[in-house]
Design a protein around this ligand. Structure first.
Ligand code: HAM
Length: 420
């Protein structure tokens, strides 16, 4: 039997790369414009980086993490998300000793062993940003605006921003008590996961997708209306800034997110195009995480965007094809192969993508190949052209061809390229 790609993963084949490059170009542009600097951390970490930060009882850590012992017997996990690794690196490189706030962005594959479906993969790509050292609502708003700008720039203006506050270590325990009091009479009706969450992490119950559980907490008290004065003011200020900056949002009191480290602001961007996996990106504030991983108390806020889902939402939109000239250089016989190699090198030096025919087959077969491979131009070097110091340039879209010097041909290809 032929070996296939592991379940929940996929190859990104050359035809798809243009869309990926486009998004990658934009993510670097947006992050840099906001003053975020790129950081690259390993795709695996010691497991406790995630279990201590994302939370032992979260689905991500308890059920979805690729964790194993390495040959030295150490507990290792493929990263299921980026934030915990960035906090680990923040402390490791003593970025906490530098002037704050300090801002990072990252892009790369993450791994979660969930049931694969459209928009949910076991290896997926995130673009994330993390801002350390400010507890001020303006930092939350900056991170949200950055994500909004990115989505607008790539053509996903219609995604909806859902916003909530999940409180802090002062008000959340009180809220949890109220929630437990509400759910206690129905404890046996909860799904098996939520019965465990009831003990370990009651807030997680609000994130359960099981219908029977959702029915039970439909009229449960909402965290949004059980905040302490500090959290309430913070939440109101975030909303106020967003309104004044013209960023649309909807307060969603049921939004608790699947990671334990959040405090205060939690948000998600959702798209209508995606069915069940409708979260394009999400984030929030995590004021206790640096401390949990061994640092001083350092407020922080961030967001991560799911690139695979973004591409799914963009599918079929088509993007501009400017600058897509691709030239194919053909020599009529092997004796002119070397001059054709020199020609192709010169075209590439002019900043135009060009390939050369390796020879060994008829002109007819070569032209047929060029037609199938979507070259925009073909340059032919034959005996006549060589004698006159020229080449034949054929525009594959119009079918027009003529003899030119190589410099003239390059200028014409450039003109064509700018009008494609
Ligand atoms: P998250 O909500 O778990 O947050 O993931 C962020 C985004 O990653 C999701 O909105 C989704 O688009 C994408 N994503 C998650 N799981 C999958 C999957 N299995 N397949 C495809 N895409 C997926 C975090 O990871 C936090 N670290 C975000 C954050 C940064 N909070 C603060 N800073």
């Amino acid at each position: 039997m032929r070996i296939r790609v592991p379940r929940g993963t996929r190859d990104i084949v050359p035809d798809e790369m243009r869309d990926w490059y486009h998004l990658e170009e934009k993510l670097h542009e947006v992050a840099r414009n906001y003053g975020y600097r790129e950081i690259r951390t390993p795709i695996f970490e010691y497991t406790e980086v995630f279990s201590r930060s994302v939370g032992e009882d979260t689905d991500i850590v308890a059920r979805e993490m690729y964790s194993f012992k390495d040959r030295g017997g150490r507990d290792i996990a493929l990263r299921p998300e980026g934030t915990a690794s960035i906090v680990r690196a923040y402390l490791e490189h003593r970025f906490d000793a530098l002037p704050q706030p300090i801002k990072f962005y990252y892009y790369g594959p993450m791994f979660r062993h969930d049931n694969p479906q459209l928009g949910r993969y076991r290896q997926f790509f995130q673009f994330g940003v993390e801002c350390f050292g400010s507890e001020r609502p303006a930092a939350d708003v900056e991170v949200i605006c950055l994500a909004r700008d990115f989505l607008d720039l790539i053509g996903l203006e219609k995604t909806v921003l859902l916003l909530n506050s999940v409180g802090c270590s002062d008000c959340r325990p009180l809220y949890q008590e109220r929630l437990l009091a509400h759910l206690a009479p129905h404890r046996e009706e909860l799904c098996s996961h939520c019965r465990v969450r009831f003990e370990s992490n009651p807030l997680r119950i609000l994130d359960c997708k099981t219908k029977s559980c959702r029915d039970l907490f439909r009229d449960a008290p909402e965290i949004t209306f059980n905040l302490c004065p500090g959290c309430r003011t913070h939440f109101e200020t975030v909303q106020d800034y967003l309104i004044k900056l013209g960023v649309d949002f909807k307060v969603d009191p049921g939004l608790v997110r699947g990671l334990d480290y959040y405090t205060r602001t939690a948000f998600e961007f959702v798209s209508d195009d995606l069915g069940a996996q409708n979260s394009i990106g999400g984030g929030g504030r995590y004021d206790n995480l640096v401390e949990i991983l061994g640092g001083e108390h350092t407020p922080a806020v961030g967001v991560a965007m799911g690139m695979d889902r973004i591409l799914l939402s963009l599918e079929g939109r088509g993007r501009e094809g400017r600058g897509q000239a691709r030239v194919f250089v053909i020599a009529d016989t092997d004796s002119r192969l070397l001059p054709s190699l020199k020609i192709v090198a010169e075209i590439r030096r002019a900043g135009i993508a060009a390939e050369v025919d390796f020879g060994g087959r008829s002109m007819k077969a070569t032209m047929k190949y060029a037609g199938k491979k979507d070259f925009s131009h073909v340059i032919i070097l034959g005996e006549r052209e060589e004698k006159r110091g020229k080449v034949t340039l054929r525009n594959m879209n119009t079918g027009k061809q003529d003899e030119f010097t190589l410099a003239e041909a390059i200028a014409l290809i450039r003109e064509d390229r700018d009008s494609i």
